[in-house]
Design a protein around this ligand. Structure first.
Ligand SMILES: *Cc1c(COP(=O)(O)O)cnc(C)c1O
Length: 468
C-alpha cells in the first residue's frame, strides 16, 4: 500500500465525542515509571499520553454500538441480545453453535478442558500467552509448528503465520495422532507481529489433520484482519470480500476461540464457537460453572449487542483498510528513518526489533522491556514488551525461555488515535533512537508465577564503567 496517498486509508468516520489527553513532564514520568517497577503494565493510565499497550478492549465504539448498548436485554436467561449475537456469529463465522464468554481466555479455558487429556501435545503456529497457559493447565504440552521465517524479524515472507507442515507431520509421527487432540491455528499470529496465515496453508493443514483424525481450532481473535491480508496478498483473492474470506477461513476449522476485544470493536467480550453437537452440550454445561449461564457467559446483554454490531462494522472493507493503513503509515515512516522493525508489517501493531535497536544489551538485560521503559520516559507513550519476559519459563526445567525475537509492540487501538498522534509517535521513537547507546538495560527484581510479564518488577542496571 502506498501510504503517502492518505485518501487510500483516511479514517472512514468523524468524531462525535472526545476524551482529553494528559501531557506529563519528564520528572513526573520518571517517578511514575520507578513506581511501576519499570513495567509499562503497572503504570496508571492517567500517567500515559498515547496508550499503545494493547489493542485489546481499547477500541472506540461507534454511535450504532452505543445505541445498541441501550437495547441491552438484561434478562438472566434467554436474552434477546444473545440470540442476535448467535445469528450474527453463524452468518459471519459460520459455526453452528455459540458459547459466549467474558473474553477470549474464557473460551480457551473451556476448549482446553473439553478436548485436552493429560499428556497430550497441542501444536500451534507460535504460542500465545493465555492460549498456551490454558493448554498447559489442562495437561498438554504446546509444540511450535510455525514456519522458520516467523522467527526471523527480517524475513519478508508474506504469510509468516503459516504452519510448517513438515514440523506438524514429524510431531504426529513421533507421538501418534491419538496424542494430538487438535492443532491450534491463530489468524493473525500476534506473537510473530500480527502476521497472517494464507488460506492455501490453512487448507493444507486441514487436509493433513483430516488424514489423521485431528481437529483444527482457530484463534479467530484477528481473523478479519487476517482476511484483509489474504485479499491483498494471496494470489487470486483480490476480488473476494473480507466477509467471504472470513467464512472460508472458518469453514476449514472445527471450532474457534474469540477475543472480541480485538477485531470486534468492543471493550469486553468473547466466545467459543463450534460445530460438533456433543462438544457443544459439554461446553454449554461447563460455561455455567466458570463464566455464567450459556446465554450470557459472563457478559451483560448490552455487551453482546455491541459485539453483534461490531461483527458487521469489522467486516466493512473501508474500516479494515483504514485500520491497517494507519499501522502501515507508522511502520513505513520508521523504516524510512532506518529504525529496525519486524517486516513485513502486520495488522494490529508495529514491532520495534529491540535486539537490533539496542545491540549492546545482552538478552539477560531484557532489551525489549528496557526499550519500552525508555519510550515511556521520552514521551509518555506506552508500549509493551514481547520478548524474554513475555516468554516466561519452561514449566519442566524452570529455565527462562530465550525467544529469538526481542520485540517492543506498539499496538494500535481501533478508531482511537489520529494521524497527528501517529506523527508524534514517530518523532518520539526517533529521539530514543538517536540516544540509544545510553540505555543500560534492566534486572528483574520480582517475578510472579504465572504470565509474569503482567506484574514483574525491574530495576535499571547501572551505566557500565567507561572502557579504560
Ligand atoms: C488477546 C488474545 C487472546 C486472549 O483473549 P482475552 O480476551 O485477552 O482473554 C487470545 N489469542 C489472541 C491471539 C489474542 O490476541
Amino acid at each position: 500500500m502506498r501510504t503517502r496517498e492518505k485518501r487510500a486509508w483516511a479514517e472512514p468516520f468523524k468524531i462525535k465525542m472526545v476524551e482529553p489527553l494528559r501531557v506529563t513532564t519528564r520528572e513526573a514520568r520518571e517517578a511514575a515509571l520507578a513506581e511501576a517497577g519499570y513495567n509499562t503494565f503497572l503504570l496508571h493510565s492517567e500517567d500515559v499520553y498515547l496508550d499503545l499497550l494493547t489493542d485489546s478492549g481499547t477500541n472506540a465504539m461507534s454511535d450504532r454500538q452505543w445505541a445498541g448498548m441501550m437495547l441491552g436485554d438484561e434478562a438472566y436467561a434467554g436474552s434477546a441480545n444473545y440470540y442476535r449475537l448467535e445469528a450474527k456469529v453463524r452468518e459471519a463465522y459460520g459455526y453452528r453453535h455459540l458459547v459466549p464468554t467474558h473474553q477470549g481466555r474464557g473460551a480457551e479455558h473451556l476448549l482446553s478442558r473439553l478436548w485436552i487429556r493429560p499428556g497430550d501435545r497441542v501444536p500451534g503456529n507460535m504460542y500465545f500467552t493465555t492460549t498456551r497457559l490454558h493448554q498447559e493447565l489442562a495437561g498438554a504440552t504446546f509444540v511450535d509448528v510455525i514456519i522458520d521465517e516467523a522467527h526471523d524479524a527480517t524475513s519478508l515472507h508474506p504469510f509468516k503465520g503459516n504452519v510448517d507442515l513438515a514440523k506438524l507431520e514429524a510431531l504426529i509421527a513421533e507421538v501418534g495422532a491419538a496424542r494430538v487432540p487438535y492443532v491450534s491455528v491463530a489468524a493473525t499470529v500476534n506473537m510473530a507481529g500480527g502476521q497472517p496465515i494464507s488460506l492455501e496453508n490453512l487448507r493444507a493443514t486441514r487436509e493433513l489433520c483430516q488424514r489423521h483424525g485431528i481437529k483444527v481450532v482457530l484463534d479467530a481473535t484477528r481473523a478479519i484482519e487476517n482476511a484483509w491480508f489474504i485479499q491483498r496478498r494471496e494470489p487470486g483473492r483480490a476480488g473476494q470480500s473480507i466477509a467471504d474470506i472470513l467464512r472460508e477461513t472458518c469453514a476449514l476449522t472445527d471450532a474457534c476461540t474469540m477475543s472480541a476485544k480485538k477485531d470486534l470493536l468492543v471493550n469486553i467480550g468473547g466466545f467459543l464457537a463450534l460445530n460438533d453437537d456433543a462438544s457443544f452440550e459439554e461446553a454449554r454445561n461447563m460455561v455455567v460453572v466458570y463464566e455464567g449461564l450459556h446465554t450470557y457467559g459472563g457478559l451483560a446483554g448490552r455487551d453482546m449487542e455491541a459485539m453483534a454490531i461490531g461483527i458487521d462494522e469489522a467486516r466493512a472493507e473501508e474500516h479494515m483498510t483504514a485500520r491497517i493503513g494507519q499501522v502501515h503509515y507508522v511502520a513505513d515512516a520508521l523504516l524510512a528513518e532506518g529504525i529496525p522493525i519486524v517486516q513485513p508489517t502486520g495488522g494490529h501493531a508495529v514491532f520495534l526489533d529491540a535486539a537490533r535497536f539496542l545491540p549492546h544489551l545482552p538478552q539477560k538485560a531484557y532489551p525489549a522491556q528496557s526499550l519500552a521503559a525508555e519510550l515511556y520516559l521520552e514521551s509518555g507513550i506506552r508500549a509493551m514488551e514481547r520478548g524474554m519476559v513475555s516468554a516466561g519459563r519452561d514449566p519442566s526445567t524452570g529455565h527462562e525461555h530465550q525467544p529469538k525475537l526481542e520485540l517492543v509492540r506498539l499496538t494500535f487501538p481501533r478508531r482511537v488515535y489520529t494521524q497527528a498522534h501517529c506523527d508524534v509517535l514517530i518523532e518520539s521513537i526517533c529521539r530514543v533512537w538517536d540516544r540509544r547507546e545510553e540505555v543500560t538495560g534492566l534486572d528483574m527484581v520480582y517475578e510472579p508465577r504465572y504470565l509474569r510479564f503482567f506484574q514483574a518488577r525491574f530495576q535499571p542496571r547501572p551505566p557500565a564503567a567507561p572502557a579504560a
